[in-house]
Design a protein around this ligand. Structure first.
Ligand code: ADP
Ligand code: MG
Length: 318
């Protein structure tokens, strides 16, 4: 007999008494204690649909990891510390091996960030995963999109473009080896939670790169009502793109999505502090441009000439 809904929940999603929460999986609601006088709740949700956000043949462990990773990345981009999450999942059928692997990927990441599953919903339907995360942050330390100021430096973590390279390969029907660098970047993004926490009171604005550098920077510029210039030679392009022609490297690194690195602005007097954070976290942090007064975004080449870049951020409706 196939596993019923309640047995499935008990077997895969109920991991015993809650640790941080007062009440977790198993009742009508989860109960989460108020934090303290200094912190507020940071809440974010992401919906992943088969065929749109992941390929039908995605490895379940990778999907479990990524579904939570993209949510933790939003907490990171706010400078928030993860606390708990809920999981709403639709599955076309109960496949225990699939579920076990999905949970393995999801809980390995959850446990690393001390973020516990406190509830959710389970239903039959086209494969869909929706996670909501709850984190905490002092409101005055939150890394909002509207905090950038003229003369701020623009920084980005890690390297860009590898995940977009993997998306391109797969949509062209090419299969990538399990240890392919680009595939690992696409399937196993590492949410920059420690960086987000370290940037409290250091960065003025931040966003995580889900839709591409130019598009996501555009959100900061719009919300902060400022302009920016980017120095293309300073952009940390993934070594996985080394063999590609310049125009392709540029379009994948500047407009390709799914990197889940952090883009942030900070006052120039914080340069040394930011370099020290990068060293402590063993994470490259590159200074790639600066915020200007006004509106618009210019990307400059090695000679300082403006570059024309075609693609912009991903938009589901255009
Ligand atoms: P209700 O009918 O009140 O919505 P459910 O029968 O859907 O309750 O769920 C029973 C319990 O199992 C609830 O505590 C719910 O939060 C939890 N739960 C259901 N699905 C999941 C899931 N995918 N992950 C974690 N907890 C879940
Ligand atoms: Mg329910």
């Amino acid at each position: 007999m196939p596993l019923g809904e309640f047995e499935l929940i008990r077997r895969y999603f109920d991991r015993g008494p809650a640790r941080d929460a007062i009440l977790g999986v198993g009742d009508d609601c989860a109960l989460l204690a108020p934090i303290d006088a200094h912190n507020v709740l940071a809440i974010s949700t992401d919906l992943l649909l088969e065929g749109r956000h992941f390929f039908a043949d995605v490895e379940p462990a990778a999907l479990g990891h990524k579904s939570l990773a993209v949510n933790l990345s939003d907490l990171a981009a706010m400078g928030a510390r993860p606390r708990a999450f809920t999981l709403a999942i639709a599955l076309p059928e109960v496949e225990e091996a699939w579920l076990a692997a999905f949970c393995e990927g999801m809980f390995a990441l959850a446990d690393r960030h001390d973020c516990e599953l406190i509830g959710g919903d389970t239903t039959r339907g086209p494969r869909t995963v929706c996670i909501t995360v709850f984190g905490e942050v002092p409101p005055e330390a939150a890394l909002r999109r509207d905090g950038a100021q003229p003369d701020d430096d623009l920084w980005v973590s890690g390297t860009l473009g590898a995940a977009a390279l993997a998306v391109r390969a797969r949509s062209e029907g090419r299969r990538l080896a399990a240890d392919d660098v680009a595939r690992l970047r696409l399937d196993h993004p590492e949410p920059r939670v420690a960086l987000g926490l370290a940037l409290r009171h250091v960065a003025r604005a931040a966003i995580d790169l889900s839709d591409g550098l130019l598009g996501d920077l555009g959100h900061i510029l719009e919300r902060s009502r400022v302009a920016a210039e980017l120095d293309w030679p300073a952009v940390p392009v993934s070594p996985a793109l080394a063999a590609l022609p310049e125009a392709q490297r540029r379009s994948l690194a500047l407009a390709g999505g799914d990197d889940y690195e952090l883009l942030f602005s900070a006052a120039p007097e914080n340069r040394l502090a930011i370099e020290a954070i990068g060293q402590r976290l063993d994470l490259p942090l590159a200074r790639i441009g600066r915020i200007l007064a006004g509106s618009g975004l210019v990307v400059r080449d090695a000679r300082g000439q403006p570059l024309h870049i075609e693609a912009h951020g991903f938009d589901h409706f255009t």
